[in-house]
Design a protein around this ligand. Structure first.
Ligand SMILES: NC(=O)c1ccc[n+]([C@@H]2O[C@H](COP(=O)([O-])OP(=O)(O)OC[C@H]3O[C@@H](n4cnc5c(N)ncnc54)[C@H](O)[C@@H]3O)[C@@H](O)[C@H]2O)c1
Length: 271
């Protein structure tokens, strides 16, 4: 049985995850952490969020005084994720990070902390299987097309832009060796953000969940690869895979593709 603590447990992703973990035979939800539940505790006030009945704490330290989880999962907010994940790693907990918005420098620092504390760090910009496959297909196509741009769309109150998924997609496309000379054009201000040689355009609208299209341009043709998360349920299979994998991982892992079965190391990054 793997004991799970969910950080950001009262949020949209966190509360759905609490509900999902509670329904698994091999996982047990041992604590929920969210400052929005301030005043709550093992004997604190009841709340009506999903996962209710499992102790709710304002901080991870409060939770660790009472329970000992095997894995921490972070679905907090970009402004809190660094401190939240650092606290989990400092406590020696294998930590799954779903929250986006960490800078490269913050990832490096958390990675160093994970190594020091011998606790696995698993950062997953997108837990949806279709989005992971989109990234792989886009990395493949980038070898053959001279230009590509990404259009990503999310709910209106998503704090970070561009999305972590689009940044990861751009990085994988560039690692494939593709050169996109048009991305260097800085003369037109409404051309999106150039990241890793690929321009990213961010749309934020009510009603959306998570959507991404990569459009490649060639000689007299275009290729579009698109993925849509229509509900947050689309992320849960991937989060459960990450939770079950985390206790046996070492060091830092970025991307769910590294956990998928029947994927060779070469396929992961070079396909
Ligand atoms: N990786 C993925 O596949 C994926 C999928 C969907 C969303 N996300 C990301 O997950 C994050 C959460 O999304 P959401 O829609 O649930 O956000 P949300 O705003 O609904 O919930 C965030 C929760 O975190 C809590 N919180 C803030 N600071 C905290 C702290 N220090 N400790 C514990 N909890 C804290 C807030 O009180 C809130 O309840 C966002 O960054 C979003 O982009 C990732």
């Amino acid at each position: 049985m793997i004991g799970v603590v969910v950080l950001g447990a009262l949020g949209r992703m966190g509360s759905l995850l609490c509900d999902t973990v509670a329904r698994q035979d091999d996982l047990t939800l041992v604590a929920r952490v969210d400052p929005a539940g301030e005043g709550a505790g093992p004997d604190g006030p009841a709340d009506d969020a999903r996962g209710a009945g499992v102790p709710l704490f304002a901080t991870l330290d409060d939770a660790l005084a009472v329970v000992r989880p095997d894995v921490a999962v972070d679905f907090t907010v970009p402004g809190a994720v660094f401190g939240s994940v650092a606290a989990a790693l400092t406590a020696g907990l294998p930590t799954v990070v779903g929250t986006t918005g960490l800078s490269d420098d913050q990832v490096d620092r958390l990675s160093a902390l994970a190594a020091e504390r011998r606790a696995a760090l698993l950062i997953v910009p997108n837990f949806a299987l279709g989005a992971v496959l989109l990234m792989r297909f886009a990395a493949q196509a980038a070898r053959y097309f001279p230009a590509a741009e990404i259009i990503e769309a999310h709910e209106i109150d998503k704090v970070d832009a561009p999305s972590g998924t689009s940044l990861r997609t751009a990085r994988l496309m560039t690692e494939g060796g593709a050169a996109h000379p048009h991305a260097a054009d800085e003369t037109r201000p409404s051309r999106g953000l150039a990241s890793g040689g690929v321009r990213i355009h961010s749309v934020r609208l009510p009603g959306l969940v998570a959507h991404q299209e990569v459009v490649f341009g060639g000689v007299g043709e275009t290729l579009s690869i698109r993925h849509d998360s229509l509900s947050r349920e689309s992320f849960m299979t991937g989060v459960l895979l990450a939770i079950r994998s985390a206790p046996s991982l070492e060091g830092t892992t970025v991307g769910l593709e590294n956990l998928l079965p029947a994927t060779t190391a070469a396929e992961r990054l070079e396909e």
